[in-house]
Design a protein around this ligand. Structure first.
Ligand code: HEC
Ligand code: HEC
Ligand code: HEC
Length: 230
């Protein structure tokens, strides 16, 4: 009986380890910032550094768990735990939002109380991006299924639309969205998941006109072509 309970505990712990990596990782990252890492760069980011271990390696080889600890060998392997999960092409190849919505996992929102419901917040923030790159859509609802307001406010983001300076450079360095994305949430390589609002045909036309105008005005520095230089 006792060993059976322990066996179940191992399974539960394995699942918790998998989910915990995401949720607790996100929370501790948000909480402690990057204080512990030697460099502020987002070292998990595949655009900055290639991973040193195979994708979804067994716990003893993943570079996260202690291979000397006998408990490590008791953990369920990600390759087994993830078999039923919807796939994504990036990160650990699981579409976490999709399996959460499908009810395939139900993470605890609070460690102390497994019945605590998340406080879902349905506010979408659209950040306009200059040029033809689609605008960034930040959905609060998706984030508050895993995270508490305090994981982002006020340390990472001031809760005021447009009050934060965000750039791809900062994200790649592990700041702003990059505190989590490329680390415990889908990586930066998945452009379209954030840049989800395409420019309208009018906006694209205006951009095209502007670039044509830029070309014409460049050639017009040529004395013969400039009408006002006669
Ligand atoms: C994953 C990070 C994250 C979490 C978690 C989060 N927010 Fe935000 N919040 C943002 C970002 C990003 C913005 C946009 C800031 C900007 O545009 O400069 C924002 C903006 C806001 C704004 C400003 C809206 C406006 O129109 O000016 C409010 C209010 C806000 N959040 C409240 C909350 C509350 C309440 C929670 C918890 C239920 C929460 N946020 C959880 C990231 C987060
Ligand atoms: C995790 C979300 C996220 C992902 C993934 C992402 N971006 Fe961004 N991107 C942003 C945010 C946020 C901004 C800042 C928008 C603003 O100006 O407020 C931004 C800005 C940009 C800009 C405008 C200039 C700049 O550097 O700030 C470009 C261009 C861009 N992204 C390209 C890309 C490309 C290409 C990819 C894929 C390789 C990508 N982004 C992936 C969130 C993301
Ligand atoms: C504190 C951690 C954290 C920060 C900061 C954060 N995210 Fe996320 N984000 C997550 C987690 C966790 C998920 C869910 C897991 C996944 O999809 O990989 C997620 C999912 C998403 C999704 C997918 C939503 C869906 O329905 O599929 C988008 C889009 C997104 N984030 C955009 C952003 C943008 C843009 C920023 C910066 C303005 C940002 N996130 C900042 C943790 C974070």
């Amino acid at each position: 009986m006792k060993s059976r309970i322990q066996f179940h505990l191992v399974h539960v712990m394995a699942l918790c380890a998998v989910l915990g990596l995401l949720v607790v990782g996100a929370i501790s990252l948000a909480g402690t910032g990057l204080a512990q890492s030697k460099s502020p760069a987002n070292t998990f980011n595949r655009l900055l550094k290639s991973p040193t271990t195979a994708k979804n390696a067994p716990p003893a080889e993943d570079g996260v768990h202690d291979p000397q600890n006998p408990g490590t060998t008791m953990l369920q392997w990600p390759s087994e735990a993830f078999t039923e999960f919807d796939k994504s092409s990036d990160g650990n190849q699981v579409d976490w939002m999709s399996i959460l919505r499908a009810g395939k996992i139900s993470p605890w929102f609070e460690f102390e109380s497994q019945t605590t419901e998340p406080f879902l917040f349905d506010l979408v923030i659209v950040r306009e991006v200059k040029g033809s790159m689609p605008n960034v859509v930040f959905p609060h609802e998706a984030h508050t299924q895993w995270l508490d307001c305090s994981n982002c406010h006020d340390e990472i983001f001031i809760p005021e639309k447009g009050a934060n300076q965000i750039s791809m450079a900062a994200i790649l360095l592990g700041q702003k969205c990059g505190v989590c994305h490329g680390r415990v949430a889908f990586p930066v390589t998945d452009c379209r998941r954030c840049h989800a609002q395409p420019k309208t045909p009018e906006e694209l036309r205006a951009l095209a006109e502007k670039s044509n105008w830029a070309k014409t005005s460049k050639t017009s520095t040529d004395q013969t072509a400039a009408p006002d230089k006669k």
